[in-house]
Design a protein around this ligand. Sequence first.
Ligand code: CA
Length: 225
Amino acid sequence: MSTQRVLIVEDEEKIAGLLRDYLQQAGYDTHWIARGDKVVDWVKSNRPDIVLLDIMLPGKDGLSICREIRAFSNVPVIVVTARVEEIDRLLGLELGADDYVCKPFSAREIVARVKAILRRVGEPSIEEAGNYRGLHIDAERFEASVDGVALELTPVEFRVLALLARSPGRVYSRDALIDSMYLDGRVVSDRTVDSHVKNLRKKLVAATGDDAWIRSIYGVGYRID
Ligand code: CA
C-alpha cells in the first residue's frame, strides 16, 4: 500500500508543525494548508486519505469547508474545535464529519484517531455484501445503494448501516454500534451515535422516499426493518 496522506488544515503554525511531526513519525505523508479558502480545491485535485480540519481559519471557516468537501467526497474528516461545548452544536449541524476533537489535544491522540479511521476505511472486512429490501452493501468498495440508487455515506455511516443490515430485525445497542464505528475502543456519547444514525436515516429516506428503514428502540438501540 502506498503511503497515506493526511491533509492538515490549521492556521497556527506551531500546532500544524506538531501534527506534521507526529504524523510523519507514524509513517504518513502530510500536507499543510493554513488558509480556509485554499482547502476545497486542493482536496479536489489531490485526494488526501484523511483531513484534519480546524474550524477557525482565515479565508473560509471549517464548517463551510466540511460541507463543500462532502458535496463531492467521502474522505474522512476529523474536525478540530477550540471549545468542548462547541462539539454538541457541531453535531447538530450534521456536517458529515467522522470525528471531533477538542483543543488542546495531544498529538499522540490525533495520530491514534487518524490510524483508527484509516484502518476502518481501508478494511474490506464487513462481511459479504448484504442484499435486503433492495439494499446492496459492497464492503470491498465501501459503497451502498438501494434499488441501484447510490447512497453517499460517510465511513462511519457506512459501518453503522453495514452492521444493522447484517441481521435485519435484530436490535443493536448503541455500544455495539460504537464498537463497529470505532475500532479503537473509544468512548463516545450516545448523542454522537444518534447523530450518525439520524444522518444515515435521512439519506435512506432521501434515496427511497421510505422512512421505515431504521427503527429506534427506546432505551435499547436501533434495528433495520
Ligand atoms: Ca484556528
